[in-house]
Design a protein around this ligand. Structure first.
Ligand SMILES: Cc1cc2nc3c(=O)[nH]c(=O)nc-3n(C[C@H](O)[C@H](O)[C@H](O)COP(=O)(O)OP(=O)(O)OC[C@H]3O[C@@H](n4cnc5c(N)ncnc54)[C@H](O)[C@@H]3O)c2cc1C
Length: 483
């Protein structure tokens, strides 16, 4: 590739980190600009009241190969653990327990026994759920007509009762799509079921982060980027992007100091609504589409008990407002003898409006219903983290709005979990999108595709806008003061 070309990557989440590493690997001079004082974007940790909290519980699946490969590169994969086989402990009020576990049979038989044994449903409902699971496997997630449909209508048409939706379908859909199954895009739901559960027996084995997200993502990413020669500027806000005769001018800066950076290519790796603000006038149509993509919130409760109340690394609530519970005692640094549970609440539109006291009043009794040991325990800490725009809203029609990495403007690409990777807003989507954006600008700069050519979701050559003249592939980063 055009050695020495300068590429600016705006946004230091997983998409920006991945794109910056790929561009540096290809020989570019890369500068990564991130407004916050740390890398990792939507997946981060904070210290609060003596605990290290993740802003939200993040899990991944065995089939998240791009994300897992990135962690290998960062050297932090060893701080994660993938289940030997999919197993979700289920907790119901009154201390009742169950489990959703795959068999060692090939797909799709690996799930048959789990569904047949799903006790919250009648035998007839279980058989009907198996038929619907097989039917979802036959849908084409890339069909616009499927994207336009809600999963709720489809489930009703496939005779899934309200109870089946609440106690089975939402166990998968809520945490992966961050909207309830009734409101979800059928295309995204079909993709998750096919890729995450049906394509191979082990695809859906769950991966857990056993250390804080900052230790697994943000901190090692900074070291890896610096080793790769990327200049990382933290606390730097991008505010405008303009096309130059050759390349791009990115304005922004840290605090009140503003500057303009000239670069040959730029990758905008921001959340979608921020990207819409930064994109240049020539990309107005993309910006308009991005403004049509909604957001969906996630609330996490961080509860420290004075003793152990949960005897599994994580569990799901059934017939309970508690969705998923995770034991974060070690990762969060809770005092010996205590147990720190993180309660993850996806699609949490109503919980976003509740005060801390209201959340306490609603969820502590609900946890006690699921975990009888919690009734005898004392709550030492109760903290709340809220992410208003945790993910894009995976509503019907959203796939039609998601842009690819190409903007149609040579040397300008988009990266982010919201771009058209086929995945919902996940760690995996962000990493795939970063590879795709890097490949796009490297091609535009006149190079081949030295990286990520086998990455799913990476852009093909078809439809590529004209390559940037080779002469533009010269480094001319010039940071000048701007009032
Ligand atoms: C609470 C929560 C729970 C989640 N749970 C899961 C899960 O279990 N599994 C899963 O796979 N995914 C999960 N996700 C989603 C996952 O975290 C995201 O899809 C992914 O991290 C997005 O990465 P990104 O790089 O696309 O965007 P981001 O991480 O949003 O990165 C964008 C970056 O741009 C920066 N930025 C914004 N404006 C500017 C500007 N003007 N100039 C410079 N920088 C700017 C931001 O600070 C940010 O660092 C969860 C998300 C949240 C919030």
């Amino acid at each position: 590739m055009s050695d020495g070309a300068t590429i600016a990557v705006v946004g230091g989440g997983l998409a920006g980190i991945t794109a910056a590493l790929d561009c540096a690997d290809a020989g570019a001079k890369v500068i990564l600009l991130e407004v916050r004082p740390r890398l990792g974007g939507a997946a981060y940790s904070v210290r609060r009241d003596g605990l290290t909290l993740d802003n939200g519980q993040h899990v991944f699946l065995r089939c998240c190969t791009a994300y897992r490969a990135l962690l290998e590169r960062l050297g932090s994969a060893g701080l994660t653990r993938v289940q030997e086989r999919l197993e979700i402990p289920l907790l119901a009020p009154g201390g009742q327990r169950g489990v959703l576990r795959r068999d060692r049979l090939p797909a799709p038989l690996h799930l048959a026994r789990a569904l047949l044994g799903h006790r919250p449903l009648t035998v007839r409902q279980r058989l009907s759920a198996i038929a619907a699971t097989a039917a979802i496997g036959r849908l084409d997630p890339d069909d616009p007509a499927i994207d336009a449909q809600s999963m709720g209508r489809w489930l009703a048409a496939h005779r899934q009762s309200a109870r089946a939706i609440d106690t089975l379908w939402d166990l998968i859909v809520l945490p992966t799509l961050n909207v309830p199954a009734r409101e979800a895009s059928l295309a995204l739901a079909a993709f998750v079921f096919q890729e995450g559960l049906l394509r191979s027996a082990d695809a859906g084995d769950i991966g857990l982060h056993e250390a804080p997200l900052g230790t697994i993502i943000g901190e090692p990413a900074l070291r890896a980027l610096q080793r790769a020669g990327v200049e990382v500027r933290l606390g730097w806000r991008g505010s405008a992007l303009e096309a130059r005769e050759r390349g791009w001018r990115l304005s922004g800066g840290a605090g009140t100091q503003t500057e303009a950076l000239e670069c040959d290519a730029a990758i905008v790796a921001l959340p979608h609504l921020r990207a819409a603000e930064l994109l240049p006038a020539q990309a107005a149509e993309i910006a308009q589409r991005l403004r049509g993509v909604g957001v969906s919130p996630i609330v996490n409760l961080h509860v420290v008990y004075d003793r152990q109340v949960l005897d599994a690394p994580f569990a799901a609530g059934v017939d309970s407002p508690v969705q998923y519970l995770f034991d974060r005692t070690d990762a969060g640094g809770a005092p010996p003898g205590s147990q720190y549970l993180a309660v993850s609440l996806s699609g949490a539109v109503e919980d976003m409006r509740r005060s801390v006291q209201q959340l306490r009043d609603r969820y502590l009794p609900a946890i006690e219903e699921l975990l009888p040991q919690a009734r005898k325990a004392t709550v030492r800490q109760f903290l709340v983290s809220r992410e208003h725009a945790a993910t894009f809203r995976a509503a019907p029609g959203v796939s039609a709005l998601r842009p690819g990495p190409r903007t149609g403007l040579p040397g300008l690409a988009l990266a982010g979990a919201y771009t058209a990777t086929r995945w919902p807003a996940t760690l995996e989507a962000a990493v795939i999108s970063g590879h795709a954006a890097a490949q796009t600008v490297l091609r535009d700069l006149g190079g081949g595709a030295p990286v990520a050519s086998s990455v799913p979701g990476a852009p093909g050559a078809a439809g590529a806008p004209g390559a940037m003249p080779a002469s533009a592939a010269r480094s001319h980063l010039a940071a000048g003061a701007r009032a």
